[in-house]
Design a binder for this molecule. Structure first.
Ligand code: PEP
Length: 251
């Protein structure tokens, strides 16, 4: 399966920077077949970034979606709306949303379900806090998140590629410059694949698990070469053209 490199711009992207970054990413990804590249800009920039990306292989993604298709939900964005502006992916359950808005696995599962119904691929984020890790609860916590965040409509209907992507992002590694060892990443990814395979019925090879947390050009090659790592979800380094292009090149 092709690796996936996803840029999560979070709440960043002033016009000049957004255009330069989008165009640099598209140029780096042109004619590049080893990996799929996705940009997830803030919602107000989706249409504009989509226009800059027209005719390039780079795909567009949202950073979150609601559980409903439409309605009186001021400030929220539905998966349908994301689909209509050209998104193929949507991040759900990012640890920043789980922490800041108390998003539970039940809510994340409902968002992922809606995303699949709308024709998007949800990128379901999971990962332990430093407290959970230090208490030796990493596998218990992450295993539970995997089981409870994957929706029922992600179950296999026989031989289909999985219609969801998981992103293992240890909370303590996000934006901190710290990363687990590649051996830790391998063990966690293999564990996550086995739990997700059991939960959904998809073959382990059909399940993609991205790594996220302080990925940069300098460590991307080693992380991407780790068994059971299907690609990377990149925050801070996706805002610097040289770094993000370096990560794509590392594939
Ligand atoms: C993220 O927030 O998804 C992320 C991986 O951030 P960073 O790359 O900055 O650690």
């Amino acid at each position: 399966m092709k690796k996936l490199v996803i840029a999560n711009w979070k709440m960043n992207g002033q016009p000049a920077m957004a255009e330069a970054l989008t165009r640099a990413t598209a140029a780096q990804a042109a004619g590049f077949t080893q990996a799929g590249v996705v940009i997830c800009p803030p919602a107000p920039l989706l249409m504009q970034v989509g226009q800059w990306l027209a005719g390039t292989p780079v795909k567009l993604g949202g950073q979150d979606c609601h559980t409903r298709g439409e309605g009186a939900y001021t400030g929220d964005i539905s998966a349908e709306l994301l689909k209509n502006v050209g998104c193929d992916y949507v991040i759900v359950g990012h640890s920043e949303r789980r922490a800041a808005y108390s998003e539970s696995d039940v809510l994340v599962q409902a968002k992922a379900s809606r995303a699949i119904l709308s024709g998007l691929t949800p990128v379901i984020c999971i990962g332990e806090t430093i407290k959970e890790r230090e208490a030796g609860r990493t596998q218990t916590v992450v295993g539970q998140q995997v089981r409870d965040s994957i929706p029922d409509n992600a179950m296999t209907t026989g031989g289909q590629p999985a219609n969801f992507v998981l992103a293992y992002e240890p909370v303590w590694a996000i934006g901190s410059g710290k990363t687990p060892t590649v051996d830790d990443i391998r063990q966690m990814h293999q564990y996550i694949v086995s739990v997700a395979s059991e939960r959904t019925g998809h073959a382990p090879e059909a399940i993609m698990v991205l790594y996220g947390g302080s990925v940069k050009a300098a460590n991307a090659r080693a992380i991407m070469a780790t068994p059971a790592v299907s690609g990377v979800l990149v925050g801070g380094a996706s805002l610097k053209a040289e770094e993000f292009c370096g990560i794509i090149a590392a594939v």
